[in-house]
Design a protein around this ligand. Structure first.
Ligand code: GRG
Length: 307
């Protein structure tokens, strides 16, 4: 097996390009007739095909490969998950939410188009995700697999997951509730808002590969640790990163009074938590051999990322 650090980036790029290809095809297939309004098509393209690390698709594909599942079978799941992720970014950037004008180094959808178009583009992407997942003509496999994935993705992205976490976040941000968010509050909101989709990404591979309950539990624990590491790294980028490199405005969390682990623990302890989450991600993969090296390398990438 090649050294994870060098081959990691190559594989990230390769899976990202396969995901981009899949998404480009499905968007153009669906919007080629006269039914999809051009404006909506352009806004969806802007939201989806404007860069992005494609980390969640990468995790779906690598986790699937750990369980012997081909990239072709995993790709529709990876693409569906990226649609949900992109919708969440489009809605998060709206004036009513985070009011951001820069995302992935480009104007956000609402600032390039307008608010109502951005809301509809997000809605279209949310529903497209489930259309992809439930399509019997794709390569995902059996109806049981598609059903299990559909149910889990719905839970991860809905009010028990990302949407619920976003609401808790905005309650702090807009309403000042709770007055003094503590560590448990921040952990809950982050595990729902960001962690749930990242955890789904790796669990999806285990579902596709019919993992044993033991393997599934290990992968789930890895997903939770990685989600936590990802969010702390994101909070650190907001404090220490530069907008030019990160591709979005930085320094916004403290200004908006956002509940973050840096806010409740301070910078040094937040950095220690990041290390601890990285180590936990590694420990959770103890039962796997070198075939899990890409997932191990991902934990390293997440804590060191600069965008
Ligand atoms: C609007 C329902 C709803 C939810 C929004 C994900 C989210 C919830 C908000 C995004 C706000 C944010 C900056 C969260 C921190 C973690 C995060 C999701 C960062 C962006 O993900 P990356 O770094 O982005 O994977 P790219 O652009 O690489 O895809």
């Amino acid at each position: 097996m090649p050294a994870p650090d060098t081959s990691f980036r190559d594989r990230l790029v390769a899976h990202a390009s396969a995901t981009d290809h899949y998404l480009t095809e499905i968007i153009s297939q669906q919007s080629s007739g006269e039914r999809v309004p051009e404006r909506l098509r352009d806004a969806v393209k802007h939201a989806v095909l404007s860069g992005g690390k494609r980390l969640r698709p990468f995790l779906v594909i690598e986790s699937a490969q750990l369980f012997g599942v081909s990239r072709d079978r995993a790709l529709p799941v990876a693409a569906a998950l990226e649609c949900i992720h992109c919708y969440s970014l489009v809605h998060d950037d709206l004036p009513a939410m985070d009011n951001d004008t820069l995302r992935r180094g480009q104007p956000t959808v609402w600032s390039a188009f307008d608010e109502w178009t951005a809301i509809l583009a997000g809605d279209a992407l949310l529903t497209l995700a489930f259309e992809i997942l439930s399509d019997p003509l794709n390569k995902i496999g059996s109806a049981e697999h598609r059903l299990a994935l559909t149910q889990r993705l719905a839970t991860a992205s809905g009010w028990l997951g990302m949407v619920g976490g976003q609401c808790i976040d905005l309650e702090a941000d807009k309403l000042g509730q709770p007055k003094d968010p503590d560590e448990a509050h921040v952990r809950k909101l982050q595990s729902m808002k960001t962690g749930a989709l990242i955890c789904f990404a790796v669990e999806a591979g285990a579902i596709l590969g019919d993992a044993t309950p033991d393997q599934f539990a290990a992968i789930s624990r890895y997903g939770r640790a990685l989600g936590l590491a990802f969010q702390i790294a994101d909070d650190l980028l907001d404090v220490e990163g530069s907008a030019d490199v990160v591709g979005k405005a930085t320094g916004k969390d403290a200004e908006a009074g956002k509940a973050t682990l840096i806010g409740v623990l301070g910078l040094n302890r937040a950095r220690q938590e990041l290390e601890a989450a990285h180590d936990d991600a590694h420990r959770s993969l103890a039962q796997f051999g070198p075939e899990a090296d890409m997932l191990r390398a991902t934990a390293g990438f997440v804590i060191k990322r600069d965008r």
